[in-house]
Design a protein around this ligand. Structure first.
Ligand SMILES: [Zn+2]
Length: 352
């Protein structure tokens, strides 16, 4: 039989063997099939051995056919492997009988809530007292919601690859860099007045001792007739005091964010040294906790709000940082490592 004829016959043989294995797709059987065909002394190897003896013109043509057979064998084996795995899982599941007569374990270990969840719950509770509803928004976001509508100029540095995870360039899809995208969704869907907060995950190309590529923010917006900066100041101060203690002062420093005018950063008295100066507050006695300001008229224009009739404020803070300050956690990495000892420091959930 010529090599070409052998090849043709073996192609058929392989298909028959595959059909056989499919009836009983056990891992061991699939492995045997693999060894028989792709092993060091397997059939495909023998074909290559015979190819060496073949003369000039025919060689590349037959060689290609052998390559094709090898590829098809490899593909089939991959498929059989996954069928075999699924088969094993199914078998295990049907096998396992649940013994409902066993006694209930009394050593049930309750889990605990993550510090970020704990601080988020506290903030949500406080803001609800001021009539804020809770919104969520997409983490995969169009440029328009994450930057454009929020008054970010095209050449703003945060649009740089070094800060933003771009997902698809053509449609300008990004992983949201802040929860402020939710402002645009909420305002486009609701005419004023509106007041809401929006917690969520955000992403930036940052990874060192004090930065993580994923972290949590809490955003808030209030728009109504006659809203002023004084309302913002009063409310933030009251909420910080409610969460961190009535002697914790706040201060507002002018700052710039494209979507607010005027903008400010909020500091609170250092919760560790109470203003005396320590390592955590870099000896200043103050800790920066959030950015805020009056919603920029351009943002109102982008969501079809009448900026003559309405004013509003917006604020945003990092929940990971707030949790660290609230619970005295001094290393950001602890928040993401899932260390059991660390998590056991927090209240057990559900509470008993
Ligand atoms: Zn301090």
């Amino acid at each position: 039989m010529s090599l070409l004829e052998t090849l043709k016959q073996w192609e058929g043989d392989f298909q028959t063997e595959v059909a056989q294995v499919q009836k009983n797709p056990e891992a061991e059987v699939v492995e045997q099939l693999r060894v028989r065909w792709l092993g060091r002394k397997g059939k495909v190897s023998t074909l290559y051995e015979q190819l060496k003896e073949l003369g000039g013109e025919e060689r590349p043509k037959v060689g290609k056919k052998i390559n094709d057979l090898r590829t098809s064998v490899e593909t089939s084996l991959e498929r059989l492997k996954s069928i075999s795995l699924q088969h094993a899982i199914d078998a295990k599941l049907t096998d396992r009988k649940l013994d409902t007569s066993l006694p209930v374990s009394r050593n049930f270990m309750g889990g605990s809530l993550h510090p970020v969840t704990l601080i988020r719950t506290q903030f949500l509770k406080e803001f609800r007292r001021y009539g804020f509803s809770v919104w969520e928004g997409p983490e995969l976001e169009f440029d328009f919601y994450n930057f454009g509508a929020l008054n970010f100029p095209d050449d703003h540095p945060s649009r740089d690859m070094q800060d933003t995870f771009f997902v698809a360039d053509r449609q300008k899809l990004v992983l949201r860099t802040h929860t402020s995208n939710i402002q645009i969704h909420a305002m486009l869907q609701n005419p004023p007045p509106i007041r809401f907060i929006a917690p969520g995950r955000v992403y930036r190309c940052d990874n060192d001792l004090t930065h993580s590529p994923m972290f949590h923010q809490l955003e808030g917006v209030l728009v109504d007739r006659g809203v002023s900066f004084a309302h913002l100041k009063g409310m933030i101060d009251a909420i910080v005091k409610a969460l961190f203690g009535h002697d914790v002062k706040t201060r507002f420093r002018p700052s710039f964010f494209p979507f607010v005018e005027p903008g400010a950063e909020v500091d609170m008295l250092c919760t560790l040294c109470r203003g005396k100066g320590c390592r955590v507050c870099s000896q200043t006695g103050w800790l920066e906790i959030m950015g805020c300001g009056m919603v920029h008229p351009n943002v109102f224009e982008n969501v079809n709000y009448d900026s003559e009739a309405y004013t509003g404020f917006a604020f945003g803070m990092g929940l990971d940082r707030m949790a660290m300050l609230a619970f005295g956690i001094d290393d950001l990495r602890l928040m993401f490592e899932g260390d059991e000892q660390f998590h056991n420091c927090f209240p057990v959930y559900p509470a008993r």
